[in-house]
Write a protein that binds this ligand. Structure first.
Ligand code: SAH
Length: 502
């Protein structure tokens, strides 16, 4: 068994700015060694037993010295493991990737490098600054701002050449030397009016950009308390930011939105928030536990011909039902003579994915409306199958069984996931959350149970968005103030409520 090391560029921070190859390396890793600039959400893509080693670096104080990082990587690979070394941006742009590679070669460890989008290019791009432009800059220069602090300082960089070429200059790791950088460039002849942008946490939801001139940038950086990680972009391309700043103009840019749903269900909301430039913070409040060895479900599916209606009320319900159907060797054709009813657009979509168009979908996505639609068309000979959650509301079963036979089969259970309590409290204490979304009554109940009634006051000032009336009611009963209720009880409805809030 031989191990291998992948030096992977994790890109500048935006979750989706990672290569397919990089993602593949994360998925197959036994060990992931990562630092501060790699987006930690990538770790969610790792295998269940993957080991994570943080070797965070803040520009001058190294959490783990480079020698030790090299040693950890090589040793783990020698144990026969696949090691993915995740580095912010591109591994070979000031990431000391070259040194890590050299050590691996000398230790006889197999390795490969996966390039990434360097912050020098991707970061400028997200700040609305094209690094080259026919009318502005025909070259660019990426320079370390981490300068030597001795008499050799001025030999390290050729300031005269940097000051007198017309390309865009991008300094990395330069915030603490901003004064020296601007002074050296001006001294060697660069115009003091040259536009400069300081781009912090580029491509992230907390990206912030300050523009100035070479002459004033140091003062402004002091005043605004600019901290690493920051890119210093120098050149007239900075002026294009006015026009080309697409990222910060996204409708949810800068909004931190806590999404309370079970992990399996929240992805579409999270995805949409990300697309609109917001920062989704996913808090799992419930987890779905499928009821295993479900003989009852199996028996009812085998008897499916006896039923006239199949009612599905959640994506999980749909998935478990159809998986079972397939598992016992049947497919959607066995539902040919049965009317399929669905509550919720996600449910409808999941049913469609199984090749079936739902026959009855209430316009308003709640059980009460399904009942109203079914009431006039059902008669006492009908038989309804309802595979659903053990702890689902009993409204439908209770009312429908006054008309005909209803068979409810429990297929899964939602249980509270308290594993993130401390992380949630910490987040609330930091005070950076703008919105909390509740997409069902149970997420409200569970969220409050996890956070604890004693911490409810920490939610003050956060705008709470509810998917619909029932969820709002539950929230109010628990002492929460719902800020807005979605017009349409869907994920898009929630998004719309946030987008419309100015
Ligand atoms: N290999 C990395 C650079 C590592 S050096 C790359 O290719 O991007 C670390 C420096 O990169 C930081 O001090 C900062 O100047 C810059 N940097 C990296 N990511 C950044 C980001 N998201 N926003 C601003 N600067 C960033």
């Amino acid at each position: 068994m031989t191990g291998k090391v992948y030096l992977v560029g994790a890109g500048p921070g935006d979750y989706k700015l990672l290569t397919l190859k990089g993602l593949e390396c994360i998925k197959k890793a036994d060990v992931i060694v990562y630092d501060r600039l790699a987006n930690i959400n990538y770790l969610k893509e790792a295998k269940p037993n993957c080991e994570f080693i943080y070797v965070g670096k803040a520009s001058s104080n190294h959490a783990l010295p480079q020698d030790e990082i090299n040693k950890v990587i090589a040793d783990k690979a020698k144990e026969g493991k696949i090691v993915t070394r995740l580095k912010g941006g591109d591994p070979y742009v000031f990431g000391r990737g070259g040194e890590e590679g050299e050590v691996l070669v000398s230790e006889g460890v197999d390795f490969e490098v996966v390039p990434g989008i360097t912050s020098a290019i991707g970061g400028l791009c997200y700040a609305g600054i094209p690094i080259t432009h026919r009318d502005h800059a025909s070259s660019f220069h990426v320079i370390t701002g981490h300068l030597r602090d001795d008499e050799k300082e001025n030999e390290e960089l050729n300031w005269n050449a940097l000051a007198n070429n017309r390309g865009t200059l991008v300094f990395l790791m330069g915030v603490s030397n901003l004064k020296k950088i601007s002074e050296n460039l001006i001294r060697e002849g660069k115009s003091k009016d040259t536009p400069v942008a300081l781009i912090s946490w580029a491509t992230r939801p907390n990206q912030s950009v300050i523009t100035s001139t070479l002459e004033n940038v140091y003062e402004i950086a002091l005043k605004e308390n600019v901290k690493p990680p920051t890119l210093i972009a120098i050149g007239s391309v900075v002026e294009l930011r006015e026009k080309l700043n697409f990222f910060e103009k996204k409708p949810l840019f800068g909004k931190n939105i806590l999404v309370t749903r079970s992990r399996t269900q929240s992805s579409s909301l999270v995805e949409k928030i990300m697309d609109l430039g917001g920062n989704p913070i996913e808090i799992p409040t419930i987890k779905i536990e499928k009821i295993e060895n479900n003989i009852e479900l199996e028996d009812q599916i085998k008897n499916i011909k006896e039923y006239t209606y199949l009612v599905l009320t959640s994506k999980n319900g749909v998935d478990i039902f159809f998986d079972k159907l397939n598992e016992i060797g049947l497919d959607s054709r066995s539902l040919a003579n049965i009317k399929v009813c669905a509550v919720g657009s996600q449910t409808v979509k999941s049913i469609e994915e199984r090749g079936i168009k739902a026959d009855i979908v209430p316009n308003i996505f709640v059980s009460e409306h399904l009942y109203e639609e079914l009431k006039p068309i059902l008669n006492s000979n009908d038989k309804i199958l309802m595979p659903r959650a053990k702890n689902a509301r009993d409204y439908l079963t209770k009312n429908l069984s006054t008309i005909c036979t209803v068979k409810e089969v429990h297929t899964y259970e939602t249980v509270i996931d308290s594993s993130k309590k401390e992380a949630i409290i910490e987040l609330l204490n930091e005070g950076n959350v703008d919105y909390i979304t509740f997409a069902s009554s149970s997420t409200v109940t569970n969220f409050i149970e996890i956070v604890g009634k004693e911490n409810i006051d920490k939610l003050q000032g956060i705008k709470m968005i509810s998917i619909g009336a029932i969820t709002s009611k539950t929230a109010k009963e628990l002492g929460l103030n719902i800020y807005k209720e979605a017009d349409e009880a869907t994920i898009d409805g929630i998004i719309k409520s946030i987008q419309e809030d100015k």
